[in-house]
Ligand binder design. Sequence first.
Ligand code: MN
Length: 365
Amino acid sequence: MLNKLEKIQQHLKDNNLDFAYISNPNNIGYITGFYSDPHERVLALFIFADTIPLLFAPSLDVNDAKASGWEFDINGYTDSQEPFEVITELLKARTSDVSSILIEKDHLIVERFLAIKAAFPDAEFANGTDLLNRMRVIKTADEIAIMKEAAELADYAIQIGVNEIAEGKTELEIIAKIEYELKKKGVTEMSFSTMVLTGINAASPHGNPGLTKIQKGDLVLFDLGVMHKGYASDISRTVAFGSITKEQEKIYNTVLKAQLTAMNTVKAGVAAKTIDLAARQTIADAGYGDYFPHRLGHGLGITCHEFPSITDNNELLLEENMVFTIEPGIYVPNIAGVRIEDDVVVTKDGVISLTQYPKELQIIQ
Ligand code: MN
């Protein structure tokens, strides 16, 4: 089996491309094992069809890059050097007659694109976004094992949050408690800003947690995830605090039914749209079709939101070992917001859920 680097080199050969300029730090980490946020500095990976690759990094990161296990060349540049002057010299020493270059059109910023174009004015540019997306979407057994651990930490975080619910506690207090407990377990980074929304705030799918106090009769919505060994988890759960109305309960149980229906629809060979539509139909049948305003889910891996997008019109056929979220929701202004989300792995015959926190309606007294 080809490794990641060999797959890209094969793609370059098959498409008569001279080299790939990988600019997305997540993709660089995925290929090289060197995960780094270069901020405004230039981090770049150059992969050639027929010669060894080159990692280009700020000088201050070169030692970390070497320690990451990357076994090929690493070149640094100092803050007083012009990075593209150095890059141009390095590339011209390795290549000649460059006619086509692979870039990530969804990532490379215009200034850097123009710099590489100025160095190779006759070259054409092909897009590598799809190649990288399709490589990343299929997870290895090792990746799935890490993602399972990330999901277990997300389950734990939900448990901390649920235990912390009490009359008068604010959304931000609960978030602080969740993140404090996770940090004690060594989690350095959440996969996105932790969301705890209560009462009518939960009826906004992307609400902003604040000083709203939890009250009896509220539904409390949690949406959170951790970064763990370079991989993201993402879970949503909604629980009731005290008794809730019949309508809130109906909304909850409709979301649960939609989520389970979608999970039961997943298996290799099914189109992505089929599972979105299964959930959407369940919600429409219950009379809430106008209140599910987002896609069913998104790919998950070294970042929290990635390829594929699980929408009602995505024809992509699911394959074994794809990992994505399934997260239907219903948001009725002034009445309730409910979302239930799991991270799942596609198998030959079905699905494995990485997140495991219970989903039956939980009423906290
Ligand atoms: Mn999500």
